[in-house]
Design a protein around this ligand. Sequence first.
Ligand code: NAD
Ligand code: UD1
Length: 338
Amino acid sequence: MSAILLTGGAGYIGSHTALALLRAGFDVISIDNYSNSNDEALKRVQKLAGRNLQSLQMDIRDEPALTALFKQHRISAVVHFAGLKAVGESTEQPLAYYDNNVAGTITLCRVMQQAHVKRLVFSSSATVYGDAKTMPIAESAPRSATNPYGQSKLMIEHILEDLAASDPAWSIALLRYFNPVGADKSGQIGEDPNGIPNNLMPFISQVAVGKRTELSVFGNDYPTKDGTGVRDYIHVVDLADGHLKALEYVQQHTGIDAFNLGTGVGYSVLDMVQAFADKNKVPVPYRIVARRPGDIASCYADPGKASQLLRWQAKLTLDDMVQDSWRWQQQNPHGYQE
Ligand code: NAD
Ligand code: UD1
């Protein structure tokens, strides 16, 4: 039987997708260089699923190792999560970002082409919309980038578009994630950021658990309902399900298509703080501070295309997001590190 290859399968979104794929009966191979993850995540995934997958330590830029992998296994499609994702770090280390993300994707695609495996689901991001002028954002909105991380995603989208145009056998889905949050209901797997979290939800969780004293809310003078930034938070379990639907889609269609994976609903920073504190009955002290450079006021998806073509819709609620994030944080105050 053929398998689905996940690159970056031990990461936050990769591990939840691995679990969803195993539960749906797929055979799964994960490759990861563990630069931002721990193989404990996939051990837990296998326990939760009651089935094994094959996980290998490998860098997507290692062309000989990748080539051997494609020779050894029958792979029907690739879900490509591997990459670096910290915006601030990308401005300090642009070469590392272009090398991992862009060069890594080129290597992966070259090996796939040689192996005649031409079905690809790629982790893109709402960051490719830059500072969008109209909300909600449809896939046809203009694209731009404001930092090397975003630029790397945009460059990869262009490269994949050119690849699909060069050879009609390719079948590619660009999944533009909005703001992934939450964790599997078991509390066994979740987001395990290195050091001080950049993103809102892991920061809130670490304040609630007492690891950090207070949340800094970056600005309350945006043109939004309460002045704080508005985002489209999407539960990672819904996101994982979106990958299953995208895999079905690339089996049935050729060419390239972009899909927003979001709920279509925007919540402010203060909405998130309040929902977390109320639902989990835990205080989340916060202070309003200056805006974070590069932040935008609002960003939320028009998820209509994914609903129509992938037959995918987010089902989980804000309560699920804050409760599941909290369960993971409480059960694993130090993440995957014992
Ligand atoms: P993550 O860091 O948890 O997972 C990425 C995984 O890729 C990690 O396990 C890391 O060790 C691995 N990796 C990195 N470079 C590699 C390389 N060269 N070779 C092999 N493995 C490598 O991040 P995530 O949140 O799960 O994100 C997955 C993908 O989704 C990334 O491409 C990210 O840019 C994209 N994305 C994430 C978000 C988000 O907020 N989490 C939003 C939009 C898009
Ligand atoms: C950030 C990245 C974006 C990436 C996305 C998902 C930046 C500029 N953008 O987006 O490229 O695709 O993560 O990984 O980093 N906030 C606070 N206090 C905090 C943290 C966040 O008030 O300590 C606010 C932010 O100002 C924003 C909202 O919370 O309004 C969400 O922030 P975050 O989780 O970092 O996501 P994005 O800014 O959407």
